[in-house]
Design a protein around this ligand. Structure first.
Ligand SMILES: C[S@@+](CC[C@H](N)C(=O)[O-])C[C@H]1O[C@@H](n2cnc3c(N)ncnc32)[C@H](O)[C@@H]1O
Length: 276
């Protein structure tokens, strides 16, 4: 658990302001941050490996369709989507516990249009937001049910009545991790650190959690920077029950970015829920 004990708020024109968060609240949803999000060399690979795709088109269109003016992006990471949401009169806030991801985000174009907060869902506050997003499977970092329930409770409090929460999570029934082996995941990347070869391998799968290893072989140095990760796979029914428990009404569950209705063979579940 990389608890810094310090939150940083950085807006367009404001200086960094250090605020010490209430320790227990801050720890509420955190597990040890994945090296992918803390090692600057791996952070530099993130947008190369995860470029703008149909997922971001979906969330941008959703924000427009909902006429969302105040948007919170929880687990915003490098802010590739967060910065694109920050147009017109919109107030957009990016929240992430990984300082290295936020530092990368703030060096990018249009970063000054976003308020960046280092923290977890306990940093959302109660801004009566129109829309809260968790994109690229952030929902799967909450390994324990308490952490997930706490996060949903914080999100509910951050939304105005009638405000929306949208996120995706991989469908456990699809067992997509069975494809995560060196043969099918091997990638050659051109990066600011020179050529890098990356691949994944699964260590084990138990109790709805998948434990896997990410290899990042930096060709110039020969160093394989290894990151171990765990993801929680909740079923459609588990997520639906947790949303209702937290006071949300489920409006849509899509199975792909083209808005096909979810069914049990879908690769993913894209939830759109409304705060009651
Ligand atoms: C797969 S990345 C997604 C980044 C971004 N949303 C995107 O779409 O590219 C997952 C992000 O979740 C963040 N994260 C990890 N634990 C978290 C927590 N407890 N609360 C909020 N975000 C967390 C990580 O730091 C990382 O930036």
């Amino acid at each position: 658990m990389s608890c810094r004990g310090m939150w940083f708020v950085m807006g367009a024109d404001r200086e960094r302001t250090a605020v010490s968060p209430p320790p227990m609240l801050y720890l509420a949803t955190m597990t040890k941050l994945d090296r992918h999000y803390t090692d600057p060399r791996l952070v530099d690979l993130y947008d190369i490996e995860n470029p703008h795709g149909p997922d971001f088109d979906f969330y941008l269109a959703l924000a427009d369709a909902l006429k969302a003016q105040r948007i919170l992006d929880l687990g915003c990471g490098t802010g590739l989507l967060t910065r694109q949401l920050a147009v017109g009169e919109r107030e957009v806030t990016g929240i992430d516990p990984a300082a290295a991801m936020l530092a990368h985000a703030q060096r990018q174009p249009n970063a000054a249009r976003v308020t960046w907060i280092e923290g977890d869902s306990s940093a959302l506050g109660t801004p009566a937001a129109d829309l809260v997003l968790m994109t690229s499977n952030v929902a799967q970092v909450f390994l324990d049910d308490d952490a997930w329930a706490t996060t949903l409770r914080h999100i509910h409090a951050a939304l105005r009545p009638g405000g929306h929460l949208a996120f995706e999570s991989r469908n456990p029934a699809d067992r997509g991790w069975e494809q995560w082996n060196p043969e099918t995941t091997l990638a050659q990347l051109e990066t600011p650190h020179g050529p890098v070869e990356t691949w994944l391998e699964v260590a084990r799968e138990e109790n709805g959690r998948v434990y896997f290893i990410g290899h990042n072989l930096f060709k110039n140095t020969g160093e394989d920077v290894v990151a171990t990760s765990t993801l929680r796979y909740r079923s459609h029914d588990e997520i639906s029950a947790s949303l209702r428990e937290a006071g949300f009404a489920i409006e849509q569950v899509y199975g792909d970015w083209q808005r096909e209705p979810f069914n049990n063979t879908s690769r993913m579940m894209i939830f759109i829920a409304r705060r009651g």
